[in-house]
Design a protein around this ligand. Sequence first.
Ligand code: ATP
Length: 249
Amino acid sequence: MLEAKDLMVFYENMLALNNISIKCDDNQIVGVFGANSAGKSTLMYSLSGIMLDIQKKEDMAGGERITLTGDVLLQNKSIMDVKPSLRAKAGIVLCPERRRLFKESSVIENLRIGGYLATKDEAKQTINYVMELFPALVKLKNRLGGFLSGGEQQMVAIGRALMAQPKVLLLDEPLLGLSPLMQSTLIKSIKVIQEEKNISIIVSEQYARPVFPIVDYAYILENGAAVMEGTRDELMDNPDVKAAYFGVS
Ligand code: ATP
């Protein structure tokens, strides 16, 4: 349903995405794995359309020239020129790297902000859903975003994205800086979300290991290019992938 075709992104003359083609079908969880600066966030910004805003801002400020070529398609229709707010309305919702909560707003306010596209009923139901999904948030409802642990912040960030009623949820490094226990809690919740909401999820991470059990298909990025791709089983059976991404050979 969501697809990037021959996507290239340049920051001035620096090639950040090199001819990337990736695809996420209905009800799939797709992984995008790569080291620091491989291009994961650039890809997420390009899929969600936020790259167009960044490009415009840089243009207006006389900053760096950002060039995008190739295509992004939703249900086989190009959305390359569609602005991010309309892509969100169409169901493409980004949960950005480093959570980006409103630190001066409470948990419940952060969730409500995410629900600006939802009806009153949807917002109410989704808040209940988030509290069931992440029971730890129930007693933290009124705590300010800035006073939450990293794991709690990530739960709120995912909850806030769910408030926008996604059809394709983009999770950019949701496990960053979290303990192994919190990582495994979140990964299980991500799978539950996909099953219960029947949505598609694209999740990027540096390390494949914690996410691998829940992905249907995955891409490996190196220096902005997709150097390998396959189903979970195909990649698991590939000795190069094992050595590079699981530390075993
Ligand atoms: P990380 O895991 O560190 O978040 P990433 O895989 O998300 O990395 P990107 O943030 O997409 O990688 O960056 C890809 C490349 O583009 C990097 O070399 C980065 O320095 C560069 N880059 C990202 N944003 C900009 C920008 N606004 N201007 C210039 N270069 C940029």
